[in-house]
Design a protein around this ligand. Structure first.
Ligand code: SAM
Length: 256
Protein backbone atom coordinates (compact mmCIF):
# COMPACT_ATOMS: atom_id res chain seq x y z
CA UNK A 1 0.00 0.00 0.00
CA UNK A 2 1.47 3.36 -1.07
CA UNK A 3 1.97 5.90 1.75
CA UNK A 4 -0.27 8.96 1.39
CA UNK A 5 1.61 12.18 1.94
CA UNK A 6 -1.55 14.19 2.61
CA UNK A 7 -2.21 12.06 5.69
CA UNK A 8 1.37 12.43 6.96
CA UNK A 9 2.03 8.72 6.56
CA UNK A 10 5.51 7.63 7.64
CA UNK A 11 5.28 4.13 9.04
CA UNK A 12 7.38 2.44 11.72
CA UNK A 13 8.19 -1.24 11.25
CA UNK A 14 11.31 -1.97 13.30
CA UNK A 15 10.23 -4.59 15.85
CA UNK A 16 12.76 -3.59 18.52
CA UNK A 17 11.96 0.12 18.19
CA UNK A 18 8.22 -0.55 18.44
CA UNK A 19 8.79 -2.65 21.57
CA UNK A 20 10.90 0.15 23.05
CA UNK A 21 8.12 2.68 22.35
CA UNK A 22 5.52 0.38 23.95
CA UNK A 23 7.80 0.02 27.00
CA UNK A 24 8.13 3.79 27.24
CA UNK A 25 4.35 4.15 27.09
CA UNK A 26 4.22 1.44 29.77
CA UNK A 27 0.70 0.19 29.05
CA UNK A 28 -0.79 -1.77 31.93
CA UNK A 29 -3.90 -3.94 32.21
CA UNK A 30 -6.20 -1.26 33.63
CA UNK A 31 -5.42 1.28 30.88
CA UNK A 32 -7.91 2.75 28.47
CA UNK A 33 -6.13 3.86 25.32
CA UNK A 34 -6.77 6.02 22.31
CA UNK A 35 -4.26 5.67 19.47
CA UNK A 36 -4.17 8.43 16.87
CA UNK A 37 -3.47 7.10 13.37
CA UNK A 38 -2.76 3.38 13.95
CA UNK A 39 -1.76 3.10 10.28
CA UNK A 40 -0.74 -0.49 9.51
CA UNK A 41 -1.05 -1.45 13.17
CA UNK A 42 2.59 -2.17 14.00
CA UNK A 43 2.66 -0.09 17.18
CA UNK A 44 -0.95 -1.16 17.82
CA UNK A 45 -0.04 -4.83 18.14
CA UNK A 46 2.18 -4.00 21.12
CA UNK A 47 -0.70 -2.19 22.85
CA UNK A 48 -4.05 -3.65 21.94
CA UNK A 49 -3.96 -6.89 23.91
CA UNK A 50 -2.25 -5.47 26.97
CA UNK A 51 -4.78 -2.85 27.99
CA UNK A 52 -8.34 -3.04 29.28
CA UNK A 53 -9.72 -1.00 26.40
CA UNK A 54 -8.29 0.23 23.09
CA UNK A 55 -9.60 2.54 20.38
CA UNK A 56 -7.68 3.68 17.33
CA UNK A 57 -8.89 6.51 15.10
CA UNK A 58 -7.71 6.36 11.49
CA UNK A 59 -8.63 8.81 8.71
CA UNK A 60 -7.47 6.59 5.80
CA UNK A 61 -10.26 4.23 4.77
CA UNK A 62 -7.87 1.80 3.01
CA UNK A 63 -5.89 1.45 6.24
CA UNK A 64 -9.11 0.93 8.20
CA UNK A 65 -9.91 -2.12 6.06
CA UNK A 66 -6.34 -3.33 6.58
CA UNK A 67 -6.54 -2.82 10.38
CA UNK A 68 -9.90 -4.55 10.72
CA UNK A 69 -8.54 -7.56 8.81
CA UNK A 70 -5.33 -7.59 10.84
CA UNK A 71 -7.16 -7.48 14.20
CA UNK A 72 -10.47 -9.30 13.48
CA UNK A 73 -11.35 -9.73 17.18
CA UNK A 74 -10.93 -5.97 17.71
CA UNK A 75 -12.42 -4.70 14.47
CA UNK A 76 -14.89 -2.45 16.31
CA UNK A 77 -12.00 -0.73 18.08
CA UNK A 78 -11.01 1.10 14.89
CA UNK A 79 -12.87 4.35 14.35
CA UNK A 80 -13.28 5.77 10.89
CA UNK A 81 -12.60 9.48 11.34
CA UNK A 82 -10.52 12.55 11.97
CA UNK A 83 -9.03 12.92 15.46
CA UNK A 84 -9.64 16.67 15.33
CA UNK A 85 -13.39 16.04 15.04
CA UNK A 86 -13.63 13.28 17.64
CA UNK A 87 -15.60 13.92 20.81
CA UNK A 88 -13.94 11.47 23.21
CA UNK A 89 -17.18 11.05 25.18
CA UNK A 90 -18.29 8.90 22.24
CA UNK A 91 -15.68 6.30 23.20
CA UNK A 92 -14.89 6.92 26.88
CA UNK A 93 -18.01 8.52 28.31
CA UNK A 94 -17.19 8.62 31.99
CA UNK A 95 -13.56 7.69 32.43
CA UNK A 96 -10.14 9.10 31.72
CA UNK A 97 -7.91 7.62 29.02
CA UNK A 98 -4.35 7.72 27.68
CA UNK A 99 -3.49 9.02 24.21
CA UNK A 100 -0.66 7.63 22.07
CA UNK A 101 0.50 7.89 18.50
CA UNK A 102 3.12 8.25 15.85
CA UNK A 103 1.08 11.22 14.73
CA UNK A 104 0.95 13.04 11.37
CA UNK A 105 3.45 15.90 11.86
CA UNK A 106 1.46 18.34 9.72
CA UNK A 107 -1.26 18.44 12.40
CA UNK A 108 0.89 18.23 15.57
CA UNK A 109 -0.26 21.66 16.82
CA UNK A 110 -4.00 21.00 16.21
CA UNK A 111 -3.61 17.62 17.96
CA UNK A 112 -2.08 19.35 21.01
CA UNK A 113 -5.00 21.84 20.90
CA UNK A 114 -7.42 18.89 20.81
CA UNK A 115 -5.69 17.39 23.88
CA UNK A 116 -5.92 20.75 25.65
CA UNK A 117 -9.65 20.91 24.90
CA UNK A 118 -10.17 17.52 26.59
CA UNK A 119 -7.46 18.06 29.23
CA UNK A 120 -9.47 16.78 32.19
CA UNK A 121 -10.27 13.51 30.41
CA UNK A 122 -6.69 12.70 29.41
CA UNK A 123 -4.32 10.88 31.79
CA UNK A 124 -1.24 11.37 29.65
CA UNK A 125 -0.04 11.52 26.03
CA UNK A 126 2.88 9.85 24.25
CA UNK A 127 3.58 11.25 20.79
CA UNK A 128 6.21 10.83 18.12
CA UNK A 129 6.95 14.39 17.00
CA UNK A 130 9.20 16.17 14.56
CA UNK A 131 12.40 16.87 16.51
CA UNK A 132 12.24 20.68 16.26
CA UNK A 133 8.59 20.77 17.33
CA UNK A 134 9.30 18.41 20.25
CA UNK A 135 12.21 20.61 21.38
CA UNK A 136 9.92 23.63 21.32
CA UNK A 137 7.36 21.78 23.47
CA UNK A 138 10.05 20.82 25.98
CA UNK A 139 12.10 24.04 25.73
CA UNK A 140 13.50 25.80 28.80
CA UNK A 141 14.08 29.51 29.15
CA UNK A 142 17.36 30.89 27.76
CA UNK A 143 17.56 28.15 25.11
CA UNK A 144 17.01 28.57 21.39
CA UNK A 145 13.89 26.33 21.35
CA UNK A 146 12.07 28.30 24.03
CA UNK A 147 8.96 30.11 22.86
CA UNK A 148 5.24 30.53 23.35
CA UNK A 149 4.59 26.79 22.85
CA UNK A 150 7.18 25.94 25.55
CA UNK A 151 5.53 28.23 28.09
CA UNK A 152 2.03 26.88 27.41
CA UNK A 153 3.27 23.26 27.47
CA UNK A 154 5.16 23.91 30.72
CA UNK A 155 2.01 25.35 32.27
CA UNK A 156 -0.10 22.32 31.31
CA UNK A 157 2.33 19.39 31.32
CA UNK A 158 5.54 17.87 32.50
CA UNK A 159 7.12 17.30 29.09
CA UNK A 160 9.73 14.52 28.85
CA UNK A 161 11.68 13.54 25.77
CA UNK A 162 11.94 9.78 26.15
CA UNK A 163 13.67 8.71 22.93
CA UNK A 164 15.43 10.06 19.88
CA UNK A 165 14.36 8.30 16.68
CA UNK A 166 16.38 8.74 13.53
CA UNK A 167 14.56 9.35 10.23
CA UNK A 168 15.87 6.01 8.83
CA UNK A 169 13.37 4.13 11.02
CA UNK A 170 10.42 5.53 9.05
CA UNK A 171 9.02 4.37 5.74
CA UNK A 172 9.04 6.37 3.56
CA UNK A 173 12.06 8.15 5.09
CA UNK A 174 11.05 11.73 5.97
CA UNK A 175 13.35 14.78 5.79
CA UNK A 176 13.29 15.28 9.57
CA UNK A 177 14.38 13.40 12.69
CA UNK A 178 11.93 12.63 15.47
CA UNK A 179 11.62 12.51 19.23
CA UNK A 180 9.22 10.43 21.28
CA UNK A 181 7.69 12.62 23.97
CA UNK A 182 5.61 12.10 27.10
CA UNK A 183 3.17 14.81 28.22
CA UNK A 184 1.99 14.32 31.81
CA UNK A 185 -0.76 16.74 32.84
CA UNK A 186 0.28 18.85 35.84
CA UNK A 187 -3.21 19.79 36.95
CA UNK A 188 -6.53 18.14 37.65
CA UNK A 189 -8.32 20.88 35.76
CA UNK A 190 -7.33 23.99 33.86
CA UNK A 191 -8.10 27.48 35.10
CA UNK A 192 -9.31 28.76 31.71
CA UNK A 193 -9.06 32.44 32.66
CA UNK A 194 -5.44 32.02 33.75
CA UNK A 195 -4.62 29.99 30.62
CA UNK A 196 -6.24 32.50 28.24
CA UNK A 197 -4.34 35.36 29.89
CA UNK A 198 -1.10 33.38 29.70
CA UNK A 199 -1.76 32.87 25.97
CA UNK A 200 -2.42 36.59 25.55
CA UNK A 201 0.81 37.56 27.34
CA UNK A 202 3.04 34.99 25.60
CA UNK A 203 1.48 35.93 22.26
CA UNK A 204 2.19 39.64 22.78
CA UNK A 205 5.75 39.16 24.08
CA UNK A 206 7.00 36.47 21.69
CA UNK A 207 5.55 38.47 18.82
CA UNK A 208 8.44 40.85 19.49
CA UNK A 209 10.93 38.15 20.41
CA UNK A 210 14.09 40.24 20.00
CA UNK A 211 12.75 43.31 21.87
CA UNK A 212 13.06 44.02 25.58
CA UNK A 213 9.85 43.08 27.40
CA UNK A 214 9.35 46.74 28.43
CA UNK A 215 8.51 47.33 24.77
CA UNK A 216 5.63 44.84 24.51
CA UNK A 217 4.31 45.11 28.05
CA UNK A 218 2.88 48.54 27.32
CA UNK A 219 0.58 46.90 24.73
CA UNK A 220 -1.10 44.73 27.38
CA UNK A 221 -0.64 46.46 30.78
CA UNK A 222 -1.36 49.82 32.33
CA UNK A 223 1.71 51.89 33.18
CA UNK A 224 1.03 51.56 36.89
CA UNK A 225 0.92 47.76 36.65
CA UNK A 226 4.21 47.70 34.74
CA UNK A 227 5.79 49.67 37.59
CA UNK A 228 4.44 47.11 40.08
CA UNK A 229 6.11 44.20 38.31
CA UNK A 230 8.94 42.62 40.22
CA UNK A 231 10.85 41.96 37.00
CA UNK A 232 13.84 43.26 35.09
CA UNK A 233 12.17 45.02 32.16
CA UNK A 234 15.34 44.79 30.08
CA UNK A 235 14.92 41.04 29.70
CA UNK A 236 13.88 39.48 26.37
CA UNK A 237 10.84 37.17 26.13
CA UNK A 238 12.96 34.02 25.97
CA UNK A 239 14.58 34.87 29.33
CA UNK A 240 11.39 34.73 31.40
CA UNK A 241 10.32 31.64 33.35
CA UNK A 242 6.78 30.28 33.47
CA UNK A 243 6.31 31.84 36.92
CA UNK A 244 7.34 35.23 35.58
CA UNK A 245 4.84 34.86 32.73
CA UNK A 246 2.17 33.96 35.28
CA UNK A 247 3.06 37.06 37.29
CA UNK A 248 2.45 39.23 34.21
CA UNK A 249 -0.76 37.30 33.36
CA UNK A 250 -2.15 38.03 36.82
CA UNK A 251 -1.69 41.76 36.32
CA UNK A 252 -3.24 41.56 32.84
CA UNK A 253 -6.23 39.82 34.44
CA UNK A 254 -6.50 42.55 37.11
CA UNK A 255 -6.19 45.33 34.51
CA UNK A 256 -9.14 43.64 32.79
N1 SAM B 1 0.95 4.46 13.66
C1 SAM B 1 1.46 4.12 12.37
C2 SAM B 1 2.93 3.81 12.46
O1 SAM B 1 3.54 4.22 13.46
O2 SAM B 1 3.47 3.19 11.56
C3 SAM B 1 1.20 5.25 11.35
C4 SAM B 1 1.80 6.57 11.65
S1 SAM B 1 1.65 7.78 10.38
C5 SAM B 1 2.95 8.90 10.86
C6 SAM B 1 0.21 8.75 10.82
C7 SAM B 1 -1.12 8.02 10.73
O3 SAM B 1 -2.15 8.93 11.09
C8 SAM B 1 -1.45 7.52 9.36
O4 SAM B 1 -1.96 6.22 9.43
C9 SAM B 1 -2.53 8.49 8.84
O5 SAM B 1 -3.39 7.93 7.88
C10 SAM B 1 -3.22 8.85 10.14
N2 SAM B 1 -3.90 10.17 10.14
C11 SAM B 1 -3.54 11.29 9.46
N3 SAM B 1 -4.38 12.32 9.74
C12 SAM B 1 -5.27 11.83 10.65
C13 SAM B 1 -6.39 12.40 11.33
N4 SAM B 1 -6.72 13.69 11.17
N5 SAM B 1 -7.10 11.62 12.18
C14 SAM B 1 -6.77 10.31 12.35
N6 SAM B 1 -5.73 9.72 11.73
C15 SAM B 1 -4.97 10.46 10.91
Amino acid sequence: MQAKKRFGQNFLTDKKLLEDLANLINVVAKDKLLEIGPGKGDLTKNLINVCDSYFGIEIDKDLLVFLRNKFPKNKNAFIDGDILKLNPSEIYASCQFRVVGNIPYNISSPILDWCEKYYEKILDMHFMLQKEFALRCAGNEKTSSYGRLSVICKYLYKVTITKEVSKEYFSPIPKVDSLFVRFSPKKKEVNQIELQNLKKVTGALFNKKRKKISNSLQDILKKESINNLDLNLNLRPDELSLNEYLQISKLVMNDG
